[in-house]
Design a protein around this ligand. Structure first.
Ligand SMILES: Cc1cc2nc3c(=O)[nH]c(=O)nc-3n(C[C@H](O)[C@H](O)[C@H](O)COP(=O)(O)O)c2cc1C
Length: 169
């Protein structure tokens, strides 16, 4: 059963599960793909409720969000460590990850992009601004730790939360 909620319903639970366990991010209107995120924020930007996520330029999901301007975030309330690890270490460029780890998607309710069919919270988001992380003003310690070797900088997507809901079963 799906219960529509206000955007920050169980926000604390979402943030506790985001790090270090990770959440599912799905993008791709016609052919969806899902990756794991561990970095992000729930909050208000420009008076709008937003889920802000950081996606590295190398991710296949990055190209899908760039193309479609939307994504969903799914917060699993049951144990899905195996699935989070799988979609967080394999790329949708090379395979259909849903088949590989038996994950199911469900159709979006307010946007075309699907979400993971799991018990938990779901957020449907439209990208309303995009920032590129760069070396310029980044804490040098963060640069050294996260980017010096790979130069695989993250893009910050501000996703206005158009709908949020709790899937109870
Ligand atoms: C726990 C966990 C958290 C992660 N957090 C992020 C993140 O916040 N941003 C990011 O770009 N990649 C993150 N990743 C890595 C991506 O999920 C991973 O590179 C994935 O394979 C990308 O899939 P894609 O190429 O199909 O988009 C994380 C991986 C794990 C296991």
């Amino acid at each position: 059963m799906i219960k529509e909620t206000e955007p920050f319903y169980e926000a604390e639970k979402t943030l506790r599960l985001l790090y270090p366990k990770g959440l599912f991010v799905t993008a791709g209107k016609e052919q969806p793909n899902t990756m794991t995120i561990g970095w992000g924020n729930l909050g208000i930007n420009w008076s709008k409720p937003c889920f802000t996520i950081l996606v590295a330029g190398s991710r296949y999901t990055h190209s899908l969000i760039e193309r479609d301007g939307e994504f969903t975030v799914s917060v699993p309330y049951t144990e899905m460590a195996r699935e989070l690890a799988y979609v967080g270490t394999h790329s949708g460029r090379d395979e259909d990850k849903y088949e590989s780890c038996n994950l199911k998607t469900a159709a979006g309710i307010h946007i075309p992009t699907a979400h993971i069919d799991c018990i938990g919270m779901h957020y449907e988001c439209k990208v309303i601004d995009v920032l590129e992380v760069s070396r310029d003003r980044l804490d040098p310690a963060v640069y050294e730790k996260r980017y010096a070797k790979t130069q695989d900088f993250h893009t910050v997507y501000f996703g206005e939360i158009l709908a949020s809901y709790l899937q109870e079963e």
